[in-house]
Design a protein around this ligand. Structure first.
Ligand SMILES: Cc1cc2nc3c(=O)[nH]c(=O)nc-3n(C[C@H](O)[C@H](O)[C@H](O)COP(=O)(O)OP(=O)(O)OC[C@H]3O[C@@H](n4cnc5c(N)ncnc54)[C@H](O)[C@@H]3O)c2cc1C
Ligand code: FES
Length: 509
């Protein structure tokens, strides 16, 4: 990322320096290559290495530098789309199996932490789900959660501002410092003779019956039997998966608060969009972490305003808050039927696997996903493989699928709308805007020295018009969530190439 491009900083990135790795500097081989060193790729690589597989992990950025570093790290088995919704979409048995996979992931994280002796502020906590007093979903959700095998009880709220809400309490949840966890797993991978390279961008995947070759932007290749695409949004897939899931931006603020002033637990409400809350015990203070205000990526004109709304909401719900110490945002991927896509990539051969569709529950998704993909690669039976098969079609989610498709199609109207500004001179310093010139649209960014960087405003994936994000200083695609930094470098797939550069005008001061 260009030094001029802003990026918000999470409490995890601020409080812990992750392990650093070298860039790949030669052609190499492995049994399995994992693209993406977030919690999904690292968990999968760790589990494969414990099975004796020779693994290589590559990442364009730093370890945990994607959405993993942006998380709030609730380790939760409470399915955020709701147990009743899962039953409606997939039936009671599948809802039960999904809930079992979530619980297994919480146990697996705890098992790994104990086995590897990881100090990552892991703590078992209760989870509380709040429903407005008149919300009829409360009883339905309680019963569906019990049917799904969850430990759940009707409770009072430990938070004053939710005392009038109906509350479900879910024991057996957990929380941790995610970067401490993935750093320790990376250390364990190295110890088991695995290799990790950062600053290494995969820009082409060649897939044949015999092997998979991952080509990197700096001109090297990794020859491997199996490849796992753990890039959050798969870069190996052009359409099949991206029509079945959507990218959302979500916002977080963190307040330093007096120790123990808010009980340490996980909290969620059922507003639309919902809020998610936890407490991170820091050295002298606690940090109250509040997230929410989600919207579809690239479909909010003023993302900065989302922080303002979140602050207003927080001040209304917690006493004594002043200014937040942290503000950050990130991206979650919502599958149309609420379940992750874990398994063989529908657009590739038998040996390319994807891990995607976290649904905002990426800590558990990465963990049962890692377990599942590891089983598939080493040839073990896995009881969740059919449930999460990326090829599945969920008939009952057809309505959602059509709605999402229509939303994507409606973005193409941007071809005929005017730009945000008439001329590049109208763009403020360190800001971007889209301008129209005849039939074409251009994305223009003015850096702190007044240089104007001009690109085609069309996303390299499927040509939707990109939107400027004033919080992250990035170009975001409203169709399938690709993102680019202020000077056009790709940050999030499905796009695998940078924005098309037109010019840099160094004279426009
Ligand atoms: C604000 C926020 C709050 C959240 N809160 C929670 C929560 O409380 N609990 C929960 O369970 N989940 C939560 N989530 C979701 C969770 O954080 C994510 O699902 C999870 O971290 C995703 O991990 P990942 O490994 O799949 O992706 P990432 O961490 O994004 O890792 C993907 C990696 O792939 C790399 N990459 C991409 N393209 C390429 C390429 N071409 N070549 C090489 N490398 C590439 C990226 O650099 C990146 O490091 C939250 C997410 C956000 C944004
Ligand atoms: S991400 Fe698909 S068109 Fe941009």
């Amino acid at each position: 990322m260009d030094k001029n491009c802003g990026k918000t900083l999470s409490v995890w990135t601020d409080t812990f320096k992750v392990r650093e790795f070298e860039t790949l500097k030669e052609n190499t081989e492995a049994e399995v290559c994992i693209i993406g060193a977030g919690i999904s790729g690292i968990t999968c690589a760790y589990l494969l290495a414990t099975e004796g597989k020779k693994v290589i992990v590559i990442d364009d950025g730093n370890l945990g530098g994607g959405e993993t570093g942006n998380t709030t790290a609730h380790i939760s088995s409470v399915i955020d789309d709701g147990f009743s919704r899962m039953e409606e979409l997939h039936g009671k048995d599948a809802a039960n199996l999904a809930s079992q996979s979530q619980r297994s992931a919480v146990y697996e994280i705890e098992r790994i932490i104990q086995k590897e002796n990881i100090l990552c502020d892991f703590k078992k906590v209760d989870g509380y789900l709040f429903f407005k007093p008149d919300d009829t979903l409360f009883t339905e959700e309680h019963e569906a959660a019990m049917r799904a095998g969850m430990e759940v009880e009707i409770s009072t709220s430990p938070l004053k501002s939710f005392e009038d809400h109906n509350t479900l309490k879910f024991p057996g949840q957990a929380q941790f410092h995610v970067l401490k966890y993935v750093s320790a797993l990376a250390g364990a991978i190295l110890r088991m003779n695995g290799k990790i390279f950062t600053g290494t961008f995969a820009n082409r995947i060649e897939d044949s019956k015999e092997n998979v070759i991952i080509n990197t932007r700096n001109g090297f290749s990794i020859k491997t039997r199996d490849a796992v695409i753990a890039t959050n949004s798969p870069i190996s897939d052009y359409l099949a998966i991206h029509t079945k899931q959507s990218a959302y931006r979500t916002y977080v603020i963190g307040y330093k608060i007096k120790k123990n002033s808010v009980p340490v637990a996980l909290y969620w409400d059922t507003e639309e969009p919902y809020h998610y809350i936890r407490v991170h015990p820091d050295e002298e203070n606690d940090v109250l972490i509040i997230g929410g205000e989600d919207h579809k990526t690239g479909q909010e004109e003023d993302p900065e305003e989302r922080f303002e709304r979140l602050e207003e909401w927080s001040i209304k719900h917690f006493d004594g808050l002043t200014l937040p110490e942290y503000k950050w945002s990130g991206q979650v991927i919502e599958p149309v039927d609420g379940l992750s896509y874990l398994g063989k990539d529908p657009e590739n051969s038998e040996h390319v696997y994807i891990m995607t569709g976290d649904s905002g529950m990426g800590m558990t998704h990465a963990t049962y996903g890692g377990m599942l993909i590891c089983d598939l690669i080493v040839g073990k039976e896995n009881r969740w493989s059919e449930l999460y098969d990326p090829k599945r079609i969920t008939v009952k989610s057809a309505g959602e699928f059509i709605k999402e498709g229509a939303n994507v199609l409606s973005q193409y109207v941007d071809f005929v709308t005017p730009g945000n500004v008439e001329n590049a001179e109208d763009v403020n310093s360190e800001e971007g805007a889209v301008l129209r010139d005849g039939f074409e649209k251009f994305a223009v960014y003015k850096d702190s020295e007044g240089n104007v960087h001009k690109f085609s405003a069309l996303c390299p994936h499927l040509k939707c018009v990109l939107h400027w994000n004033n919080v992250e200083k990035s170009w975001d695609c409203p169709c399938h969530g690709s993102r680019f930094d202020c000077i056009g470098k790709v940050l999030n797939g499905p796009a695998i190439s940078d924005m098309k550069k037109i010019s840099i005008n160094e004279t426009a001061k």
